[in-house]
Design a protein around this ligand. Structure first.
Ligand code: GDP
Length: 318
């Protein structure tokens, strides 16, 4: 069984590749997804990273944005604006069905993890592929900007991640138990993959949950379990392909390069997959005690994701 840690678009694209080689190469895949971006809007509970992963795995994600549903319309959003709502977050009509049902599910006492399982099956994701929210408890990522602390979506969407980032915190993470199934997955997995997601605000919240970092640390070569832990760089040529990962790394004093990401994950990974563009960084990654693997990591189409997943499987078998 393979575990994958993922945020939104970058994570979902690799998860799609891993799912494409399940069950042929990977018997079972469990994707553990960040929920620190979750928030409420217009009375609805929205879970952007889970939806991106689920829609991508179900093959219905909008290929242009990577998030939302392909071909979705925005009639409800338009009408909300007409009625005077401050509708700053794009919500498609079909996408809204997910948020409405999830909000109902949660208000009836159901769990986010149960709803996620429900919607994954309803959208046709095969049973060998599971999507697990990192926790059922509330965790809220917050960003310190020169103007003060902002809720994540205020920073990311409303203010278009234009502010300088001085600090990041995950409110509630100290008290939030990781999903028991997610923790068990990390303790049992043959392979743990860190998808190319934002290391600070997508992978960071997962690692901040009690016991998660330790569970992955203990899966090192020394535990005799032969678990292999692999990360794929979300930084290529010193830049993020999308989003503020590069700006955040800089703001928090990390090196803005694939090497900077490898340094952040040192102690947690055995293999680091660098993009071909960054092949020259391989010796410096090796100097961290991490085996560098160079591959094409840019996933434009599903076949790119599949090829990268196969490259990871091949690297592990060596
Ligand atoms: P978000 O929550 O939608 O911002 O998504 P993530 O946190 O999962 O991903 C953001 C990161 O994914 C950025 O650092 C991007 O550079 C990276 N990313 C997006 N697409 C790709 C890709 O095709 N390949 C790689 N290597 N990284 C990608």
């Amino acid at each position: 069984m393979w575990a994958a840690l993922a945020g939104g678009v970058g994570g979902a694209k690799l998860a799609r590749g891993l799912a494409a080689i399940t069950p042929e190469v990977i018997d079972e895949l469990r994707v553990i997804v960040n929920t620190g971006d979750d928030f409420r809007l217009h009375g609805l509970y929205i879970s952007p990273d889970i939806d991106t992963v689920v829609y991508t795995l179900a093959g219905i994600a909008n290929p242009e944005t990577g998030w939302g549903i392909a071909g979705d319309t925005a009639n409800t959003l338009e009408q909300l604006r007409r009625l005077g709502a401050d509708a700053w977050f794009w919500l498609g009509d079909r996408d809204l069905a997910t948020h409405i049902l999830r909000t109902e599910w949660l208000s009836n006492g159901g769990k986010l993890s149960e709803f996620t399982e429900h919607i994954a099956r309803a959208l046709g994701i095969p049973a060998a592929v599971q999507v697990l929210p990192m926790t059922d408890a509330p965790v809220a990522t917050e960003i310190l900007t020169p103007g003060g602390w902002l809720a994540f979506q205020d920073y990311f969407v409303r203010r278009r991640h234009a502010d300088e980032v001085r600090d990041v915190r995950f409110a509630g993470a100290d008290d939030a138990a990781p999903l028991p199934q997610a923790l068990a997955t990390l303790r049992q997995a043959d392979v743990v993959v860190f998808c190319p997601s934002n290391p600070i605000v997508s992978i960071g919240p997962i690692l901040a949950l009690r016991g998660v970092r330790q569970a992955i640390e203990h899966r090192g070569a020394s535990d005799g379990s032969r678990c292999c832990r692999v990360a794929v760089s979300p930084i290529i040529g010193g830049q993020a392909l999308k989003g503020p990962a590069d700006v955040m790394l800089r703001g928090l004093g990390h090196e803005v390069s694939a090497l900077g990401v490898a340094q952040l994950y040192a102690g947690l990974i055995d293999i680091f997959v660098l993009d071909e563009t960054d092949a020259a960084l391989a010796p410096q990654v090796a100097a961290l005690g991490i085996r560098p693997v160079v591959a094409n990591t840019i996933m434009c189409a599903p076949q790119d994701s599949r090829a990268l997943a196969l490259a990871i499987a091949q690297a592990i078998s060596k």
